[in-house]
Write a protein of this length. Structure first.
Length: 82
């Protein structure tokens, strides 16, 4: 993902507000996407909920056993999410 951020022109960082966090935040041309990675079948987290309230992102994606598989997330070009 970091390599793609350089070649595709988007920023990539960690999102944290108090005790709530989103694992990865990516932004390109004003569109913000939050990515949360869980190792169980969790459907949501406090970090996702708070991130949506604070940032009003273009989208938030959950990589878990019940969402996008983390293996698929690692294979994709994150620029395609925009």
């Amino acid at each position: 993902m970091l390599n793609y951020s350089h070649t595709e022109g988007f920023s990539l960082h960690h999102g944290r507000e108090r005790n709530d966090e989103v694992d990865l935040v990516t932004e390109k041309k004003g569109k913000v996407i939050g990515l949360e990675v869980k190792n169980e079948t969790t459907q949501s987290s406090a970090g996702i909920t708070d991130f949506k309230k604070q940032v009003n992102p273009h989208k938030v994606l959950l990589a878990s056993n019940s969402g996008i598989k983390w293996q698929d997330l690692l294979k994709m070009n994150p620029a395609e999410l925009f």
